[in-house]
Design a protein around this ligand. Structure first.
Ligand code: ASP
Length: 339
């Protein structure tokens, strides 16, 4: 019989409306179980680890990611897969972070949650939870069908580091425009075999040291030297720069000089686009050629969530800026497509 570990961190899935204030507050896992008697009927052994402090995912942080990675490591040999119940607001950050922290993963780690609490009549939580468990235990020839960190929501399975929350009111909360979905649930569970990463024959390794010394420089026409300077001078080692279109920025000398100074002082600058679809192409336009020449890292088609957490992961692993730049531009866990 398959064994699945459910890790409960919080989120709307396990919230209840306070009868007086009508504010949504987290409930404990036993109360969740009461709402899903179907769990008993699943042909698998479910184990549960509930975090002591159940949180709204807006309170998620790298210490909890590290705890999650530790829990997965501790239970890795005893279970067939993991289902992590998590609020949808920052789910894509946690899934991206875990994808980098868990190297050579050969078992499914499926994040899910819901837009309506599990106790609500029209809830999306039951389907999300039940199908996530089905996916976590799905095997072919004794091997997990999806040995990846994923997000399952509204009948679709996404690669975790390719997805982002794009809608706060529809059940279809996530999208992954730069990478195909890994599975779709309908009458049958259909896996997109060619899009799923297969594990290599190497030991499963967990990296728990993330460094969150990261700043974000989101460009807009009219951004002032004072603002850019303040961000680039922040006491951080990595900067994620959200640029225009295919990775373009202003070519004003004050701006490129500030970037060069930051790089010369040992900071790593990663260029990702404000566009949600498509890729950064450094050097395609005159407005990005200089960025390439000065050593800005090309983020290709990475999501904002993947860019931030990949930077945190690499800053935790390496000191040498050139090494970090090179790895930022490398596909480590299926998070980017080099074009
Ligand atoms: N605020 C909630 C959270 O992220 C929203 C959700 O769960 O969908 O925890």
């Amino acid at each position: 019989m398959s064994q699945i570990l459910i890790i409960y961190t919080g989120g709307t899935i396990g919230m209840m409306s306070d009868p007086k204030t009508k504010v949504l507050r987290p409930i404990n896992f036993e109360q969740i179980m009461e709402n899903v008697p179907e769990l008993e009927k699943l042909n698998c052994k479910i184990m549960v680890h509930s975090f002591e402090q159940i949180i709204d995912s807006s309170n998620m942080n790298p210490e909890i990611w590290s705890e999650l990675a530790h829990l997965i490591k501790d239970n890795y040999d005893h279970v067939d897969g993991f289902v992590i119940l998590h609020g949808s607001d920052t789910m894509a950050f946690t899934a991206s972070a875990l994808s980098f922290m868990l190297e050579n993963l050969a078992k499914p780690v499926i994040f899910t949650g819901s837009q309506l609490p599990i106790s609500a009549i029209r809830t999306d939580a039951k389907e999300n939870l039940m199908t996530s468990i089905e996916i976590a235990k799905a095997k072919k020839h004794e091997r997990s069908r999806v040995p990846e960190v994923c997000i399952y929501f509204d009948y679709k399975l996404f690669r975790g580091n390719r997805a982002f929350k794009y809608n706060s009111s529809k059940f279809e909360a996530f999208r992954s425009p730069n990478y195909p979905i890994l599975a779709e649930s309908g009458v049958h569970l259909k896996f997109s075999i060619n899009d799923i990463r297969q594990p290599i024959d190497a030991p499963f390794t967990v990296h728990r040291d993330l460094v969150s010394d990261v700043a974000v420089l989101k460009l807009y026409p009219g951004i002032s030297p004072k603002v850019v300077e303040t961000i680039l001078n922040a006491d951080v080692r990595g900067i994620v720069m959200e640029t225009f279109g295919a990775g373009n920025t202003t070519t004003d000398k004050w701006f490129t000089d500030l970037l060069k100074n930051a790089i010369n002082s040992g900071k790593v600058i990663l260029d990702i686009s404000q566009c949600k679809v498509g890729t950064v192409e450094l050097g395609r336009y005159e407005t990005s050629k200089e960025l390439k020449d000065m050593g800005v890292a090309n983020g290709y088609d990475m999501t904002y969530e993947a860019a931030i957490t990949k930077m945190m992961y690499l800053l935790g692993q390496y000191r040498e800026p050139l090494m970090i730049k090179e790895l930022l531009e490398t596909d480590l866990r299926g998070e980017l497509t080099v074009s």
